[in-house]
Write a protein that binds this ligand. Sequence first.
Ligand code: GLA
Length: 426
Amino acid sequence: MATAVLTGRLLLVAVLLLVLAGAAAAVPQGPDDSPAAMGRDGLAATPPMGWNSWNAFGCDIDEAKIRGVADALVASGMRDAGYRYLVVDDCWFDPRRGPDGQLRAAPDRFPGGIPALVRYVHERGLRFGIYLSPATRTCAQYAGDYPGATGSRGHEVQDAGTIAAWGADYLKYDWCSPSGDLGDLVAGFRLMRDALRATGRPIVYSINANSHQDANPGETHDWSGLANLSRTTQDITAAWHTGLRGAGCLGISDIIEVNAALAARAGPGHWNDPDMLEIGVPGTEGLPGLTPAEARTHLGMWAMMAAPLIAGNDVRSMDAATRDLLTNRDVIAVDQDRLGRQGRRIRGTDVQVWVRPLVEGVAVAVYNRGDATADMAATTAEVGLPPARGYLVRDAWSGRQWTSTGALTAAVGAHDTALLVVRPLP
Ligand code: GLA
């Protein structure tokens, strides 16, 4: 009798569970905004590397320049060092959409059309990126520097289809409007993420939520489930320090301070983007540009922060020092380490010690933000390495190697960064 009652109860529970499971399946699922979903397709498994037209050329772009850049990326060894995505930024489009609403290239600037340019780029072993805005105007249009209002609002699916059909491999999607609350921004960026996925073409998705948004939503909100890379600050400029944050361009030391706090968001498929490189870009508006030490800090700290490395200089005319810095293989290897962890500051204010765990060992940076040369001493235990009979230490700038029993020391000039890759000896 007792057994019969128990069996009856078990049956009832089973039926209830089945009903509940059915009800759960019937509830429509919300969008999957998890960072894990962003990384699932393997896109941007390491931070994307490439070149973008904005820092060197601004709005002044055309087909001949971009082809010249493609050739120079190959001839200079940049492509083979990893700089694969050639991204055409703002001002490439016809200010008016076609009669069917389709985006078109500006006929005076790109008379051959985008598909031919994409073929040119692909034939050189590079990938092609392009720029759009989720609002009604791109940033140059909003600023009045370029005519028209060709933003993608209301055209998301059409525009994703257009750039996919043209063969684009990367989209930079830039908010460019003071209007919209956080919910609008999330919805706008999600629409394009999903429209790109629906094309079936692997297209790296790079977003900027900050442009014309003084509250810096790119910093205050976590976008890691919405895009492969998301801008954390306002625009960079070729300067060490501007002291500006929400209302103007930042220098590289300003950006490092903001980006340092956001390490937990970064991982394979979703990276913090502290903006494109200013190495080899002359200063503007009375700013002096970067000294060689500051340029080293720029590349070294971007590598420590697992940042996308998107060169912004005119690679057609760069000098040997700029090329050698940008193509430093040890530093690029740190940036591209497949563990995909953004480095963290473990101590310091003016002289900071940073650690980035690698698949094998760690990268240690001593970043001297101050104005005087500094000596730094750390230990392998402090940077998280396990006890070992010794450690192989490699200076990423010079390639010099030595062994240590646990002490790590460096003398670092003002605004410079020492970058050591440290591995336990087997
Ligand atoms: C914004 C972006 C820049 C660049 C310009 C183009 O300022 O942050 O990187 O794309 O727009 O107008």
